[in-house]
Design a protein around this ligand. Structure first.
Ligand code: TXA
Ligand code: MG
Length: 325
């Protein structure tokens, strides 16, 4: 929302990074690349800046946001880390993991960014551009995915501008986000850690570091939906989504995996990974949904996706895309 009515597009060279950091430090909104998806950043310590995120996204309610930091030490200074949280941070930061921990006495993430909770969600992203930007800002940066509320998350700058051009101050264009699904969210709030959202770090990777099994996400959310925004319709394209399609019906757009389902007459087809590779499928997921949606088809038929590894996060996002709205 600058004078021109369109958002600045910055390249991630020294000048672009300096300008992005200057805007964030001045309380403005800047979308930036992470290894998972693009985030819509604002100074997490400034409630006026954080309010601009909710306004730009048209979020119906104040969901708690993830605070991003350049270094593990800086993230640890914001919260109280028990043994499990310390081990997970040590193993996966920088990287696609968010830890929800009790806010520490020195926490500078404002109440609005935390939605009034006593906990704080922290993440040290794994890509160099995000970390360079965060280091320049020197404060936690709140950043939900940089899409309009309810839409699929953006994995490139063009997706960000399709949803938010003119509603945010700038986007830092760092190319395509390689992971493609959001970070895994784990709560370490006393007792065993709880997996709140599957994501870029797989359950098996978490369990290997912890040395024990985590409860399932569905059980978790049914028992205690402590992650607002983790339930119901979310990540939704405009078209209806039909899951586990082994055959395509006439006029349906088709999201394939490993060549399934066959679709000779479909108006639009995208294969998430012709070779059946889940990492490739995750990286392609959100841009594929955007592309198929743009075909104008009323329904997108989606192939069955294996549930292991990154398949847990992919299936989670597809279930939300298919949820009644
Ligand atoms: O990969 C990602 O995590 C991206 C990039 C930009 O970092 N960010 C992202 O943010 O996906 P967002 O706002 O779309 O999702 C944050 C999730 C929400 O589901 C929210 O409910 C949960 O984290 N969360 C945040 N703070 C929480 C808290 N204190 N307790 C429980 N859940 C929390
Ligand atoms: Mg989101």
């Amino acid at each position: 929302m600058n004078d021109l009515g369109s958002s600045l597009r910055l390249v991630p060279d020294a000048d672009g990074l300096a300008e992005a950091a200057r805007l964030l430090s001045a309380g403005r909104t800047v979308a930036f690349p992470t290894e998972t998806v693009y985030g819509l950043g604002a100074d997490a310590s400034d409630p006026v800046a954080v309010a601009r995120i909710y306004a730009a996204k048209e979020r119906p309610s104040f969901n708690p946001l993830i605070a991003h930091l350049a270094e593990t030490a800086a993230a640890k200074a914001q919260g109280v880390f028990d043994d499990a949280a310390s081990r997970l941070a040590g193993a996966f930061w920088p990287g696609p993991l968010t830890l929800v921990v009790p806010a520490g006495p020195a926490c500078t993430v404002c109440d609005l960014a935390r939605a009034g909770l006593a906990s704080v969600a922290l993440r040290v992203p794994g890509n160099a551009i995000a970390r360079d930007l965060l280091a320049r800002v020197g404060r936690p940066v709140a950043a939900p995915s940089a899409n309009r509320s309810g839409r699929v998350s953006p994995t490139c700058a063009a997706h960000v501008l399709a949803d938010l051009d003119g509603r945010i101050d700038a986007v830092l264009d760092g190319g395509t986000a390689p992971v493609g699904v959001e970070s895994t969210v784990v709560a370490c709030l006393g007792g065993p850690p709880r997996l709140l959202r599957p994501g870029g770090v797989t359950r098996a990777e978490l369990e290997r570091v912890l040395g024990y099994a985590l409860a399932g996400v569905e059980a978790e959310n049914a028992a205690a939906p402590i992650g607002p925004g983790l339930l119901a319709s979310h990540y939704a394209p405009r078209a209806r989504v039909r899951l586990d399609a082994t055959t395509a019906v006439f006029a349906e757009a088709v999201l394939r995996f490993g060549g399934v389902p066959e679709a000779t007459e479909a108006p639009a087809v995208f294969d998430l990974s012709p070779t059946g590779n889940l990492a490739e499928a995750a990286a392609n997921l959100f841009s594929a949904l955007r592309l198929l949606d743009a075909s104008g088809a009323e329904t997108i038929a989606v192939a069955p996706i294996p549930r292991g590894g990154l398949g847990e996060a992919i299936n989670d996002r597809l279930r939300r895309a298919a949820a009644p709205r």
